[in-house]
Ligand binder design. Structure first.
Ligand code: PMP
Length: 430
């Protein structure tokens, strides 16, 4: 049975009394969700919701291959990762094989925050410096170091002014809403490069999402990472690409976000969809950087790369390949994007449709000329969509961009259903 004897409202009260108020809950009356399957979430009262937001479960909720592999491995061995076993080596080999040369050394952790935190430590140790250059409107995690480079003002209006002194923030390279817009966005790259060249002491690294997920799937301006990576490398620093949200095939045309920019970073972070919800993350770097990091002492995480998490991740990577999910993200993503652009032609509140593959953003504005963010409207539209059985949530500094990043198994008819529901909500009011 999906429903426990305790009713949903009583459970909600008990939750609010027991959990610190740190989670986003999005809805005043959140649905109680006890099952997932493919692109669907199932409420305790049996209603099926279309999940348009879960980029963690990239291969679909409750994928049987992951369930079987994890259950089998749990019954065989799950230990701290100090031992010699095959699963960790298989995962590291597969990950290295998915990245271009010379990225072939893997460190395994449990989450995206840990991966970013470790990438920063790697850069510190490899360069003997502390400075990290980050971009505005970014989110990279909750640990001290990953939070320090998180500049989004969505949840913390003072984010920029309160960064520690080792973090240098350059403009959010957001071509729709940032300081430079549209064609002027080509100025972000040279300006960030100049800022890096002008830093009083050379930085350890530049760190950014290579495709701007937190801003709602906004591509970086052409040439941006080439210019910025050159500047940081000229000064002996490293280029870190945070692929936690956008990597692993979701962008359709590109397996990694950095491919869209025509660059190869020195350090890459992955997590989220790597385990399809099972906690596993990774940092991949070059042999040279790994050696410089290793000389500072060894890295150890009890459960990072455990037999079970390694098997979960290897299974996800195999399913991504066998089910052709990158290609699916391209085909269904193109269809979705075209349909959303059609909506934009009819609904003035849609200022722009961002993104690629199945990482799309529908940016809502009160006025197309001023691009005033439609924040309250975005929240209300998400609420209305929920009543129609669609789960979608806002992102960006102003929480006015509907982030569309469903499991990659999204069928065409489900994509069409989502667009039809959004169309009706926009037409009938919220
Ligand atoms: N980096 C990026 C780009 C992210 O979007 C996130 C999570 N939203 C993280 C890092 C942190 O990942 P986690 O929540 O797994 O710690």
């Amino acid at each position: 049975p999906l429903t426990e004897p305790e009713d949903d409202a009583a459970l909600l009260r008990r939750r609010d009394a027991a959990l610190a108020d740190v989670q986003e809950h999005y809805w005043s009356a959140p649905p109680r969700i006890e099952r997932g399957w493919g692109v669907h979430l199932v409420e305790s009262r049996g209603r099926v919701l279309l999940d348009m937001v879960n980029n963690v479960t990239a291969i679909g909720h409750a994928h049987p291959a992951v369930t079987a592999a994890v259950a089998r491995q749990l019954g065989l061995l799950n230990t701290n990762s100090r031992f010699h076993y095959r699963a960790i080596t298989d995962l590291a080999t597969t990950l290295a094989g998915l990245l271009p040369d010379p990225l072939d050394r893997v460190l395994l952790v449990n989450s995206g925050s840990e991966a970013v935190d470790l990438a920063i430590r790697v850069a510190h140790a490899a360069t003997g410096r502390t400075g990290i250059v980050a971009v505005g409107e970014a989110y990279h995690g909750w640990t001290l170091a990953s939070d320090a480079v998180s500049t989004s003002i969505a949840d913390n209006p003072n984010a920029i002014g309160t960064r520690p002194d080792w973090v240098h923030v350059v403009d959010a390279p957001n071509a729709y809403r940032g300081r430079h817009r549209d064609a002027e966005a080509r100025r972000y790259g040279p300006e960030a490069a100049a800022a890096i060249r002008a830093l009083p002491s050379p930085p350890a690294a530049f760190l950014a999402e290579p495709f701007f997920g937190n801003a709602g799937g906004v591509p970086l301006p052409d040439g941006y990472l080439r210019e910025v990576y050159s500047a940081v490398r000229e000064r002996g620093g490293l280029a870190i690409a945070d692929e936690v949200q956008v990597g692993l095939g979701r962008l359709g045309r590109w397996f990694w976000g950095f491919e869209q920019q025509g660059v190869v970073p020195d350090v890459v972070t992955v997590a989220k969809s790597l385990g399809n919800g099972f906690p596993v993350g990774a940092v991949i770097t070059t042999a040279d950087v790994a050696r410089r990091f290793g000389s500072e002492g060894s890295f150890f995480s009890s459960t990072g790369g455990s037999p079970v998490s390694s098997v979960a991740a290897s299974t996800v990577l195999r399913v991504l390949r066998e089910e052709g999910l990158q290609e699916r993200a391209r085909v269904v993503g193109d269809r979705l994007r075209t349909a959303l652009e059609g909506l934009a032609a009819r609904h003035g509140i849609i200022g722009a449709v961002h993104g690629a593959g199945l990482y799309l953003g529908v940016e809502l504005v009160r006025d197309r000329a001023t691009r005033t963010p439609a924040t309250v409207e975005a929240a209300a539209i998400c609420d209305r969509l929920l009543t129609r059985g669609v789960v979608v949530q806002p992102t960006g500094d102003h929480k006015n961009v509907l982030k569309i990043k469903p499991p990659l198994v999204l069928p065409e008819d489900a994509a069409d259903f989502f667009v039809a529901q959004l169309d009706e909500v926009l037409a009938t009011g919220w």
